[in-house]
Write a protein that binds this ligand. Structure first.
Ligand SMILES: [Fe+2]
Ligand SMILES: [Fe+2]
Length: 301
């Protein structure tokens, strides 16, 4: 994709997608009796047609290209058809496969992410191990990446935008704290990391807004609200991705489900770091409008 085709979002200058298919290239769960690989991480191929344009946007790259490329082949897709890559945040389970995927694409590709994606990101529970992107910016450029690092909402094509960063003060009360104990280094000191680089995609369709999130460290309710605001949408057709409630208190899970119901989200698709307790609650409250993601699952929206 030409850099000129990616531009800053001007409020409400959004057309709607005519056609949207989301391929789950990787999830922690491989599904029942499938030949797909499951691995901790997430990756989607978002195939969007709007007006006379069709783009295939790769959303996150899992932790290894090997698993994704295996699943891509099983799904009858071709990695060379990827037009743009979007990285939802720094974590290795969303960025680790980037080099191998760029090798498979084998040409220049625009990679969109937050400018802070290369910072140190340490997780408390694993002896402060670095869990951020396992590459430098320059290493990835050698494989043909053309970085667009932007903290603000950015339109990727007609009907598709990033949410931009969601600062702590813009998050709803119960989502102000990130559920994982994450730290970064500033001026030689270890400080709490608010995961400002956590961004999602918002896609406007004829049936309402579709929100796609990687790990939802900014909070899935805050992300959905920001997506509505950025695109000027009222109806929410679907919220898709990892909601990172696996280690959340029951109260936070309950508030999340309640708020998404109040936002009148029609369909919920969760996987990766959402966790069984939250998924049970979604199943109970959303019934047939809830589905669990797995590697190989195709969503035609
Ligand atoms: Fe994750
Ligand atoms: Fe994450």
């Amino acid at each position: 994709m030409l850099r000129a085709e990616l531009h800053r979002v001007e409020k409400n200058n959004f057309g709607k997608a005519d056609d949207l298919t989301i391929y789950t290239l990787l999830d922690d769960y491989a599904g029942y009796e499938t030949t797909f690989y499951g691995q901790h991480g997430i990756s989607f191929l978002i195939d969007v047609a709007a007006g006379n344009m069709r783009r295939r946007i790769l959303f996150d790259t899992g932790q290894s290209g090997k698993s994704i490329l295996h699943n891509v082949e099983r799904m009858g897709l071709n990695p060379k058809e990827i037009d743009t890559i979007f990285l939802s945040h720094c974590h290795y389970d969303h960025t680790g496969g980037l080099a191998e995927i760029l090798k498979a694409v084998d040409r220049e590709v625009t990679v969109v992410a937050h400018p802070k994606i290369f910072r140190r990101n340490l997780v408390e529970k694993k002896d402060f191990r670095h869990v951020g992107i396992p590459y430098t910016k320059e290493e990835i450029e050698k494989y043909g990446a053309k970085w667009i690092l932007d903290a603000q909402p950015r339109k990727l094509m007609e009907s598709v935008t990033t949410t931009g960063e969601i600062p702590k003060e813009e998050r709803v009360d119960f989502e102000k704290e990130v559920t994982l104990g994450l730290y970064t280094v500033e001026d030689g000191k270890m400080v709490k990391d608010d995961m400002l680089d956590d961004m999602s995609l918002a896609i406007k369709t004829r049936e309402g807004l579709v929100v796609v999130s990687g790990c939802s460290h900014a909070g899935i309710v805050s992300i959905t609200k920001k997506s509505k605001q950025v695109t000027g949408s009222h109806e929410v057709k679907a919220v898709i991705g990892g909601y990172h409630l696996i280690d959340a208190e029951d109260e936070r899970i309950e508030k999340t489900v309640k708020n998404l119901k109040e936002l009148e989200v029609k369909e919920i698709y969760t996987g990766h770091c959402t966790g069984l307790r939250a998924e049970c609650k979604f199943l109970k409250e959303f019934g047939g409008r809830f589905e669990k993601l797995h590697s190989g699952k195709v969503l035609r929206l």
